[in-house]
Write a protein that binds this ligand. Structure first.
Ligand code: SAH
Ligand code: SF4
Ligand code: F3S
Length: 464
């Protein structure tokens, strides 16, 4: 059973929130947050913003006018870490000019010893640092800083779940809904299990309660989040798996789309696709990362499926949901990847015909098994493979997008676009991006629209 942070412990955090509110009251203090990384991190930032708002902070998008600055960081690739360090580094002058500004760092990088040491030594402007496990303790940590402690670092904590924290969501009709935390898979390249701890599932009644609140508040697209949603519930000891959870949530009244991410091919199953097909509110869209098309590379990645298993899953999903849109993640240049291995990846991409791909160059992560695997390909070879993959996928996407020409689809209007001709942005049920024009369009509404033209990144539609 997952450990839940006790009411008593949470209550003490609300006491700190109140104490901070009386300290900052009337001072018109502003908070700025910046999130790197995945949706899980965005969802975490929304909790921190919820706490900040309850403490009396106003939110700002301008880092220069902020009194409290927070970076929620990602450690999944070196590039993400470099950007976070770069951002903190660029605040040196701001901190000199306004020493009272509090700069804080949290998230996945803050859960790693090597980064914490680096911040301690080389980034004195950071006065508050806490890891993913200490998030719910943020009020007490900030209180210590506001009370005069020079530097507060908290990277301890359990693999637990904190319910009932306040949340300030981003504007618009979309919301994240975490259903589980952590990961048990230990893919050999990946840092996530080390910085997010073991898998733990929220109780279904808590998830359903939050979904009902979201639907009542007018959210139209709710994405269920977890590193591996298909293993939901394994730790709860209930007779409920992810497919069962989907069916339960589909019964919540209202007009909305349910999405979920991320699925792992080793745990995705015909049972899941049956549930997706049967549930009218579950969007017919699947993000199913396969990482590599070579069985040997998959074995060394510890992914625990073969390319044939993956193909069988896709065939089953398409048989049950012919219009389903498919996306995936791929890593290029994993240690030991040969030209022949890479061609297997290309072949899988050609055979499946994905609507969207997220492609990454392998980035060694200290502490993961693959970091000590021997590299064979040169950076140029890897770059060359990467570009060939992008090119192949662009050709596929161009064809798939063009096939939408003239079709009438249901869209969710989710924001405003930059161009004057098609002033709104929207998503299809399959999560494709659409720019829309027409009379009487409002953000947050579902409309019917006809696709007038297409490009690689966007469909263009006229409201009916
Ligand atoms: N839990 C999700 C994804 C988490 S990270 C899943 O298992 O699908 C998102 C993506 O980042 C991964 O799917 C993988 O493609 C990529 N990734 C993770 N570690 C990486 C690394 N060390 N180098 C390059 N890409 C990586
Ligand atoms: Fe990382 Fe693998 Fe877990 Fe995804 S399933 S978070 S890639 S270890
Ligand atoms: Fe990055 Fe942490 Fe997500 S490492 S990808 S922010 S879980």
């Amino acid at each position: 059973m997952p450990v839940t942070v006790s009411d008593e412990q949470l209550q003490s955090q609300f006491t700190y929130i109140d104490a901070i509110a009386s300290m900052v009251g009337g001072k018109q203090l502003r908070a700025y947050t910046h999130t790197f990384g995945c949706q899980q991190n965005e969802a975490d930032t929304e909790r921190i913003r919820g706490m900040l708002r309850q403490m009396g902070y106003e939110m700002t998008n301008d880092v220069n006018e902020a009194d409290f600055i927070l970076f929620n960081t990602c450690a999944v690739r070196e590039h993400a870490e470099d950007r976070a360090f770069g951002n903190i580094g660029s605040l040196t002058h701001l901190k000199k000019r306004r020493p009272e500004v509090i700069i804080a760092l949290c998230g996945c990088m803050a859960q790693q010893e090597k980064n914490v040491e680096k911040i301690k030594k080389s980034y004195p402007q950071v006065s508050l640092l806490f890891g993913t496990h200490a998030l719910w303790r943020f009020p007490s940590l900030l209180y210590r800083v506001l009370s005069g402690e020079k530097r507060v670092f908290d990277i301890g904590g359990e693999d637990d779940i904190a319910e009932g924290l306040p949340v300030l969501r981003a504007a618009g009709p979309k919301a994240w809904l975490s259903i589980m935390y952590g990961c048990n898979n230990f893919c050999t390249y990946c840092i996530v299990p080390y910085v997010r701890g073991r898998e733990r599932s929220r109780r279904p009644e808590e998830i359903e309660k939050e979904l009902r609140e979201l639907v009542e508040a007018g959210y139209k697209e709710i994405t269920l989040l977890g590193q591996n949603v298909n293993s939901y519930g394994k730790d709860l000891g209930l007779d409920l798996d992810f497919a069962g959870l989907l069916r339960r949530l589909n019964a919540v009244p209202g007009d909305f789309w349910l999405r979920f991410m991320t699925s792992h091919p080793k745990d995705a199953s015909p049972r899941l696709f049956d549930a997706m097909a049967a549930c009218d509110k579950v969007a017919k869209q699947l993000h199913l990362p396969f990482q590599s098309g070579s069985d040997e590379i998959l074995r060394r990645m510890n992914r625990r499926y073969t390319a044939a298993d993956y193909r069988a899953l896709i065939a089953d999903a398409r048989a049950k949901m012919p219009d389903i849109t498919l996306s995936s993640d791929i890593i290029v240049g994993f240690p030991g990847e040969t030209e022949a291995d890479f061609e297997q990846t290309l072949k899988l991409v050609h055979d499946v015909q994905f609507d969207l791909l997220f492609t990454f160059l392998y980035s060694p992560r200290t502490g993961t098994p693959a970091a000590s695997y021997e590299e064979n390909a040169t950076p140029q070879e890897k770059q060359n493979r990467f570009e060939r993959l992008l090119k192949a996928q662009d050709e596929i996407v161009a064809r798939r997008q063009a096939a939408y020409q003239g079709k009438t689809l249901r869209l969710l209007i989710d924001g405003t676009a930059k161009g004057p001709d098609y002033p709104f942005t929207a998503r299809t049920e399959g999560n494709l991006l659409v720019c829309v024009r027409g009379e009487g369009i409002t953000i947050g509404s579902f409309i019917q629209a006809t696709i007038e033209k297409t490009s690689l990144r966007c469909l263009f539609a006229q409201k009916k």
